[in-house]
Design a protein around this ligand. Structure first.
Ligand code: IVH
Length: 678
C-alpha cells in the first residue's frame, strides 16, 4: 500500500509542478483553480497519512512554515557584484568601445536583457532540489530567506539537471497588479503604503513569517547560473535558454550583433515600459561569450563585460507653490505639496505627498523651494530632495487646529502623524463614508466624493448608518435644490445633480449591501489596521461581528496574522461607545453580521470527515467545526473506519483510543490549521 501511495504522490507532484509552470511561468493554465486545488489537496492527504513520503521540494511545502526568529547571515559562494551604469547613448557607446579595445579584433555579440526592478537573490539546488535562497545583502554576505523564497510560485522547487550543485542568481519582483492590490489593502487597513514595487518586494521577502511572503505574490526572474563559481555554459544566451528549459521565467532578452541593435532594444522597451506587467529600470547588456568575460575581467566592484543602461527615473524638477493639509479617515493630517505643474513620464503632476512633519524636516523643505519629485507607477508622487531654496521661502507649520472642522489636533508621543481628535469632523466622516462605499468594501456604485460632500455638508449623513436610515430617493433627488451655482455658470450645480433615476439606482445599490458577506462588513467599519485580508482572516476565525467584539486582546491574536497592534486596535474600536452604537444601527439595517457557511464543493477538505475530541489550545469546538465545514469538510461525532482524521486536544478520551485502534490518522490543532485554507 505505501508503495502505491508513493507512486501516486510522485505522480501528483509531477502533475502539480506542470500546472504551476503553465500558470506561473507560461501564463497558460490548462486547468481551473479548483482542479489545481483538488490535486494539491489529494497530495496533502497522502502526505498526512504517510508522513514518511513528505519531501522538502513537494509543492505542498509552498504555503510557508513557521515564523522565524531572525535571518541567518550566510557568505555567498562568490561575491554578487553590481554593474556600472550607462546613463545615455554616449555612455553606452563608450562601453562598446572599451569592449572592442579589450577584445582586439575578435568578433563579439551582446545579449540585451531587461533590468528587472526588484532585489537580487541567489538560489541553490542540490541534486536538482531547491535548498537555499540568499538575498544579496552587501554582496559578500547575504541573508538566508529559504522559507520565504519557497513560497514564490515561479521558482521551481525541483529542476531537471544532472548537476549535483547549481546556483542561480536573479531578481525577485512584485508585478504591478500585485503591488497595487497590496497597497489598496494597506490603505484600507490604515497602514503605510509601499512607495514602489521594489520596496514592496524587498519588504515581502524579508519578513519573518513566510505566510506573509506567500500572500504577496512575488515572482523570480533569474539571469545567471553558476557551478563552482563559474558559468557552466559557453554563452550567456545558452544560460538563458537553459534556465527557461529548467522551468524558470527569464527577463525578456535578445541577442544583438551590434551596439545599434542594443540601442534599438533599449528604445523599444523604454516605449513599452509603462505597459509591462512589472517594473524595469533599464536594460542589462552582457557579452554573449563567456570566454570573453574572462578575458575582460572586472574592476573592484563590477565586471567589464557588462553594463546597465539605466532609463531616466520618472523624476522632474519643479517648485513647491504651497503646502496644504488633507484630513484622512483616521483624522491624520497629511501635508501635501502643491506643485507647479510638471510632466513626469508622460503624466502631469501637481501634487506630491509629504507624509508628515518629520518628513518635511528631513527634506529641509520650505514653501517656495525648488524640488526634485519622483513618480513610480500610479502612486502619488513624492519629493526626493530640495534642489534650490526659494528666494522668498517660508516655513510650513502644522496647523494647530483641524483645517476642516477647526477642532483640536494632537500629535501623540512616538507617532509621526498629527491627528484631529474630533470624531465628528466632517473630513473624517466623509472619508469614512467613501471608504464604506468603495469598491472591494461595500461597493456602493454612484456614491462618489461630490455626493458624499453634499450629504455630509447638509447634515443628511452624520454616520454611515444614516445611509440606511436617513436616505431615500426623494432625499437624494432633493439635494440639488437650493444649491447656488458656484460661479454663475452652473458648473457646480451640474456636477452634483442627482436625477431621480440615479437616486433610485444608488438606493438599490445601498440595499444590495445587505448581501455583502461578513469580511466586507468588517472592512467597512474602518477599524484601523483591518483591511480586506485581515477582515477575511478574522471572519474565518471568529465567524461573527459579536464574537470579535467580545474577544479579548489575547483571544484576538489567536486569529492568523493578527498581532498585538492589530488586536489592540480592534479591541479599542469596540470599546468605544459610539462605535458600538454604529454597530447596533448597522445590525438593525440588516447587514451580514455572521459568516455564512458556504460549503465549497472543491474546498480543500471536500470529501474528508473529521472527528474532534478533547480541548484544543486555541480553537473552540464550534470554531473548528465551522472552519472545517467552510473548507468543504464534514465533522462527525463518532470515529469509524470512514473517518479521515481525528483532531485531538488535551484530555482526549475514548475517541482517540478508537482512532488509534482503527489506524485513523490523528492531528493536533496545528495539524488541523495546516489543512485549513489560510
Ligand atoms: S546582472 C555581475 N541582469 O541590477 C552582474 N542584473 O546593478 C550582476 N538586475 O544587482 C547583475 N535585472 O539586482 C543582471 N537582467 C539582469 C538584471 C540585473 C536586474 C539587478 C541586480 C543587480 C543590479 C545591477
Amino acid at each position: 500500500m505505501p508503495n502505491e501511495a508513493k507512486l501516486e504522490a510522485e505522480r501528483l507532484r509531477r502533475e502539480i509542478e506542470r500546472h504551476e509552470h503553465l500558470y506561473y511561468v507560461l501564463d497558460q493554465p490548462e486547468v481551473s483553480d479548483a482542479e489545481y486545488d483538488a490535486l494539491l489537496q489529494r497530495l496533502r492527504e497522502i502526505e498526512a497519512a504517510h508522513p514518511e513520503l513528505g519531501t522538502p521540494d513537494s509543492p505542498t511545502q509552498r504555503v510557508g512554515g513557521r515564523p522565524r526568529e531572525g535571518f541567518v547571515k550566510v557568505r555567498h559562494s562568490s561575491p554578487m557584484l553590481s554593474l556600472d551604469n550607462a546613463l545615455n547613448e554616449g555612455e553606452l557607446r563608450d562601453f562598446d568601445r572599451r569592449v572592442r579595445q579589450g577584445l582586439g579584433d575578435e568578433p563579439y555579440a551582446y545579449v540585451a536583457e531587461l533590468k528587472m526592478d526588484g532585489l537580487s537573490m541567489a538560489v541553490h539546488y542540490s541534486n536538482g532540489v531547491f535548498d537555499r535562497a540568499l538575498t544579496r545583502g552587501d554582496g559578500t554576505v547575504g541573508e538566508d530567506v529559504t522559507e520565504n523564497a519557497r513560497t514564490i510560485r515561479s521558482l521551481p522547487l525541483r529542476i531537471k539537471t544532472d548537476l549535483p550543485e547549481l546556483e542561480i542568481r536573479g531578481e525577485v519582483v512584485m508585478n504591478r497588479d500585485a503591488f497595487f492590490a497590496l497597497n489598496a489593502e494597506r490603505e484600507q487597513a490604515g497602514e503605510p503604503q509601499f512607495a514602489n514595487p521594489r520596496n514592496a518586494a524587498a519588504g515581502s521577502i524579508r519578513v519573518l513569517d513566510p505566510s506573509i511572503t506567500a500572500a504577496r505574490r512575488l515572482a523570480y526572474y533569474p539571469y545567471f547560473a553558476l557551478v563552482d563559481g563559474e558559468t557552466p555554459f559557453a554563452r550567456h544566451s545558452e544560460t538563458l535558454r537553459e534556465l527557461k528549459r529548467l522551468g524558470f521565467r527569464t527577463p525578456d532578452w535578445r541577442e544583438c550583433v551590434s551596439i545599434e541593435e542594443v540601442l534599438a532594444f533599449c528604445t523599444r522597451f523604454e516605449e513599452q515600459r509603462e505597459k509591462l506587467p512589472y517594473e524595469i529600470d533599464g536594460v542589462v547588456i552582457k557579452l554573449d561569450r563567456i570566454d570573453q568575460w574572462k578575458r575582460l575581467g572586472r574592476t573592484a566592484k563590477a565586471p567589464r563585460w557588462a553594463i546597465a543602461y539605466k532609463y531616466a527615473a520618472w523624476q522632474a524638477e519643479t517648485e513647491v507653490e504651497n503646502i496644504g493639509v488633507q484630513v484622512g479617515r483616521t483624522g491624520a493630517l497629511t501635508p501635501v505639496a502643491h506643485l507647479r505643474d510638471v510632466k513626469v513620464g508622460g503624466v502631469t503632476v501637481s501634487r506630491a505627498t509629504l507624509h508628515n512633519e518629520d518628513e518635511i524636516a528631513r527634506l529641509g523643505l520650505q514653501i517656495g523651494d525648488s524640488v526634485l519629485i519622483e513618480r513610480s507607477g500610479d502612486v502619488i508622487p513624492k519629493v526626493v530632495r530640495v534642489t534650490a531654496e526659494g528666494a522668498n521661502r517660508r516655513p510650513f507649520t502644522m496647523p494647530s487646529r483641524c483645517p476642516v472642522c477647526g477642532g483640536r489636533v494632537v500629535r501623540e508621543e512616538g507617532e509621526a502623524a498629527t491627528r484631529c481628535v474630533n470624531t465628528d469632523c466632517p473630513a473624517q466622516l466623509k472619508q469614512s463614508v467613501l471608504h464604506f462605499a468603495s469598491r472591494g468594501v461595500m461597493d456602493i456604485d454612484g456614491l462618489g466624493d461630490k455626493l458624499v460632500d453634499q450629504l455630509v455638508d447638509k447634515g443628511v449623513v452624520r454616520s454611515v448608518a444614516d445611509l440606511y436610515e436617513n436616505l431615500d430617493v426623494p432625499a437624494l433627488a432633493a439635494l440639488e435644490r437650493g444649491i447656488p451655482a458656484a460661479n454663475g455658470n452652473g458648473a457646480l450645480r451640474k456636477a452634483v445633480r442627482v436625477g431621480e433615476k440615479n437616486a433610485t439606482k444608488i438606493m438599490e445599490n445601498i440595499a444590495a449591501t445587505r448581501d455583502q458577506p461578513l469580511p466586507r462588513v468588517l472592512t467597512a467599519l474602518g477599524i484601523r489596521f483591518v483591511g480586506g485580508r485581515t477582515a477575511q482572516l478574522l471572519a474565518d476565525h471568529f465567524g461573527s461581528v459579536d464574537r470579535i467584539a467580545q474577544a479579548s486582546v489575547e483571544e484576538l491574536q489567536a486569529a492568523e496574522e493578527v498581532g498585538p497592534k492589530v488586536a489592540e486596535s480592534i479591541a479599542a474600536f469596540f470599546a468605544e461607545p459610539r462605535n458600538r452604537e454604529l454597530v447596533e444601527r448597522l445590525r438593525a439595517a440588516g447587514l451580514q453580521f455572521e459568516q455564512k457557511i458556504v460549503k465549497k464543493a472543491g474546498g480543500p477538505l471536500t470529501g474528508l470527515t473529521f472527528v474532534l475530541t478533547g480541548t484544543l489550545p486555541t480553537l473552540t469546538r464550534e470554531e473548528a467545526t465551522r472552519r472545517i465545514e467552510a473548507a468543504g469538510g464534514k465533522v462527525s461525532g463518532s470515529v469509524s473506519k470512514k473517518t479521515s482524521f481525528v483532531v485531538a486536544g488535551e484530555e482526549a478520551g475514548s475517541k482517540l483510543e478508537k482512532a488509534k485502534s482503527l489506524g485513523v490518522p490523528v492531528l493536533d490543532e496545528a495539524g488541523l490549521l495546516e489543512k485549513l485554507p489560510h
